[in-house]
Design a protein around this ligand. Structure first.
Ligand code: BJW
Length: 254
């Protein structure tokens, strides 16, 4: 035990590095906090400016889209612009490097911003979709092309139906491929890293529980305590853009 929080954190980072050095399969789950240092607000932070009257929980639902597709589309267009203008942060780059330093790494992200891929992470499992893609509401086909109707809403270029962002809203199922791949990795890994997620939204939050049940060492990186903290073997309290590079520095040193 340490009285000094800085010494306690340094000790926890050292233990995490030891667990990663021994690991054969690392499963990483990231959430909105991972992109906070890229300037993208987390999901449960209050919205500001034009959107301060709304909460993300109200807008990210099929019911909201059915009721007012224009409002929901305007919110997504605003967020898309934010994503296009943002850059991966040192935490994203550290995770991409980590993949090359362990025998096997499965990266599962709840984020829809594509920043892991832009930082060089290959094969990231997009659990909640990708905000930069559109999907046809009639045929479910993912499309990169849209025709904009006179009402200002994007329509499918092949069938004319309304398009929607290719993300998973509350009450919708996780796509089968990502759901199975993530569950498989969580139950087979020997180290599970939960980074920048409030661990409130299921089924993603259940992945850490599954990993722990299967005997994995569960490590959390988050500046704030979450529901997962008491169930983690190690909780590294701080921003991922700072702690992940510090962890990588120890791994590089051998
Ligand atoms: C930092 C930091 C820094 C800050 N560094 N960290 C079981 C129990 C109870 C409820 C359910 C259950 N199973 C299902 C449900 C219902 C529901 C649910 O979980 N509700 C809860 C709110 C209670 N789940 C669903 O509806 C899911 N679907 C489903 O279960 O379907 C079943 C079904 C089967 C068959 C047929 C039909 C249905 C779907 C969930 C979809 C979630 N979608 C969203 C929106 C995506 C699109 C978009 O972006 O617009 O995904 S909601 C939102 O939450 C988004 C996120 O990916 C997700 C998780 O949030 P996240 O990433 O954890 O962010 P925050 O903001 O919560 O936390 C940020 C964290 O970062 C904080 O802890 C900070 O401290 C930290 N942080 N700075 C590191 N620098």
């Amino acid at each position: 035990m340490h009285d000094d929080p800085a010494a306690a954190l340094a000790d926890a980072i050292g233990r995490a590095a030891t667990a990663l050095r021994k690991a054969r399969h690392v499963c990483v789950l990231t959430g909105a906090g991972m992109s906070a240092e890229s300037g993208i607000p987390t999901f449960r932070e209050a919205l500001t400016g034009l959107w301060s009257r709304f909460s993300p929980e109200q807008l990210a639902t099929p019911e909201a889209f059915e009721r007012d597709p224009e409002l929901v589309w305007r919110w997504y267009e605003w967020r898309r612009e934010l994503v296009r203008r943002s850059e991966p942060n040192p935490g994203h780059y550290a995770l991409a490097e980590l993949a090359g330093r362990v025998p096997r790494l499965t990266l599962v992200t709840q984020n829809v911003d594509g920043l892991h891929q832009r930082a060089g992470s290959r094969d990231a499992i997009e659990y909640h979709g990708n905000i930069l893609r559109d999907r046809c509401t009639r045929e479910s086909a993912v499309t990169a092309r849209a025709d904009w109707s006179a009402s200002g809403l994007p329509e499918c270029a092949s069938c004319g139906a309304l398009l929607r962002p290719d993300v998973v809203w509350f009450g919708e199922p996780i796509p089968g491929g990502p759901m199975l791949q993530a569950a498989d990795a969580a139950s087979r890994c020997d180290v599970f890293l939960s980074i920048g997620t409030s661990a409130l939204v299921y089924p993603a939050a259940g992945l850490a529980e599954a990993a722990r049940r299967s005997g994995a060492t569960v490590i959390e990186i988050n500046p704030n305590p979450t529901d997962l903290t008491p169930h983690s073997h190690l909780a590294l309290q701080g921003p991922s853009g700072r702690l992940l590079p510090a962890l990588l520095q120890l791994l590089r040193a051998g």
